[in-house]
Design a binder for this molecule. Structure first.
Ligand code: URP
Ligand code: ZN
Ligand code: ZN
Length: 473
């Protein structure tokens, strides 16, 4: 038995069995002090005073043990707005592990006029052999036609890509119209898949961007003013209506505001099955950040940050179960890339970095400040994403037979977020100077210690592509 990891190693120790003793094991439904025994990649026993002998023992007294975090909304190495997001599969999934996120789901973007398979191969080329943490893909359908339609079944049944992303915005680039939307929904419905959406009214936003530019209003503030709440509320309601009509499972990504939340509450009254995700930034940050000069470009993302009243509504939506997931929409750009829009807000690459800090921020802002309880935290951080995206109970929980993806967490350690210490490939932090309560101490991915004492012990190639089943929620 080895009771500590040799300090000189920077590679992955390959223990056949691990025993984690005396941690407070917290899932979406359980909360108790227990031992966890892991053999290979899998949890094989949970109980008090387990008697199994193990190659390696971790004492987790005084710590929480959570299922590994799942961030189902990230953009790694993604060509977008004339540049590419600055974290690749290696840097992005490694940063995620530092923050307790053991699995991410990235978005493949179809090129209009080309096949879905063509896009899949491009994403495989960038991801294969490079990820440090586990990952999967959504397929963003930007051109639904008779050829694309033929590819849906194969992606679901052979590639384990069971969720299809649509954009109701980014007119002229990624946006599809309602005719394509309904065609896609009917096809995905046949095979039990899920249609997800960036729900904002693309025509209205296009009009407002053109109007502001023609008036010479070029600062980042006008990015925000070009996407008022109504653009999101309207599109969310429309999407829910189409999903209800076609009876497809629907999911709205990065919901930001009260109006959109009310639109899906209305749909739920008609028994339409539309799930929703918000992101950590919409719970913590607000639109006052756009009132500074170009500095506001750090938070230029779509949809934009909203008002304090929207934050309160989103926390309420989480507690009521109307919002099931907290993701990041991690889409980082270095400052030099943001400067592409120095003289014109519409050219600022949209997106911000957060993959590393979602879990600690959510714990600090949500649990430590009393807005959500521990079981809700686990649900929105991990379990619901695993269920919605067809990975449960392999991922998203701590149970016998589940992958040993575990986070050993100190609930009281405080630390401060900074670009000086983060691991994302971006030269600023959107949360610079924010003090958080709660710290990821040790992370296991499929039974291997990948993070310990602020050190990553895994290398690129360690991450595995996870084929997903259809939704279980
Ligand atoms: O600003 C954002 N959200 N960038 C990434 C692309 C998207 O819309 O999710
Ligand atoms: Zn989006
Ligand atoms: Zn996104």
């Amino acid at each position: 038995m080895i009771d500590c990891i040799p300090f000189f190693t920077n590679t992955l120790p390959n223990f056949m069995s691990i025993l984690i003793r005396n941690g407070r094991v917290i899932t979406a439904s359980e909360n108790a002090i227990a031992d966890i025994f892991i053999e290979g990649e899998t949890i094989t026993a949970i109980g008090t005073r387990l008697e199994q002998t193990a190659d390696y023992v971790i004492d987790a007294s005084g710590k929480y043990i959570f299922p590994g975090g799942i961030d189902p909304h990230v953009h790694l190495d993604m060509p977008f707005m004339g540049t590419s997001s600055s974290d690749n599969y290696e840097t992005g999934t490694r940063a995620a592990l530092y923050g307790g996120t053991t699995m991410v789901i990235d978005f493949i973007l179809q090129t209009q006029g080309k096949s879905l398979r063509h896009a899949l191969e491009a994403w495989q080329g960038r991801s294969n052999g490079n990820a440090v943490g586990d990952y999967s893909f959504h397929m963003a359908v930007t051109d639904f036609n008779d050829q694309t339609k033929e590819e849906i079944r194969e992606l679901i049944e052979q590639e384990g890509i069971t969720s299809f992303k649509t954009f109701m915005a980014y007119k002229g680039a990624l946006m599809i119209d309602d005719r394509q939307m309904i065609g896609l929904m009917q096809e995905v419905k046949k095979y039990g898949g899920l249609v997800t959406v960036h729900a904002t009214n693309g025509d209205m936003i296009d009009y407002l961007i053109a109007k502001h530019r023609s008036e010479g209003k070029m600062a980042p503030l006008y990015h925000y003013l070009s996407q008022p709440e109504v653009t999101e509320a309207e599109a969310s309601g429309r999407f829910a209506a189409l999903a209800g009509y076609t009876e497809v499972n629907g999911y709205i990504v990065h919901m930001t505001c009260e109006g959109a939340l009310n639109a899906i509450r209305d749909a739920a009254k008609r028994n339409h099955n539309v799930k929703a995700e918000t992101c950590i930034q919409y719970l913590m940050l607000d639109a006052s950040l756009y009132e500074q000069n170009f500095e506001g470009a750090k938070w230029v993302m779509s949809p934009p940050l909203r008002e304090k009243k929207d934050q309160a509504a989103l926390w309420g939506g989480i507690n009521q179960g109307a919002i099931q997931v907290v993701a990041t929409d991690h889409c980082p750009f270095k400052w030099e890339q943001k400067l592409m829009g120095k003289d014109d807000f519409s050219k600022i690459p949209n997106g911000h970095p957060a993959i590393e800090h979602r879990m600690e921020l959510l714990f600090s802002e949500g649990v430590a400040k009393g807005k959500i309880n521990l079981s809700k935290f686990v649900e929105v951080n991990s379990t619901n994403a695993a269920k919605i995206f067809g990975m449960y109970p392999q991922k998203g929980t701590i149970g016998i037979g589940s992958d040993a993806d575990l986070v050993i967490f100190d609930p009281s350690e405080k630390h401060t977020i900074s670009a000086q210490t983060h691991h994302m490939n971006v030269d600023y932090s959107a949360y610079e100077g924010v003090e958080v309560t709660g710290k990821v101490k040790t992370v296991l991915l499929r039974g291997k210690v990948v993070i310990d004492n602020n050190q990553c012990l895994a290398e690129k190639g360690n991450g595995k592509y996870i084929k997903r089943k259809t939704t279980a929620m």
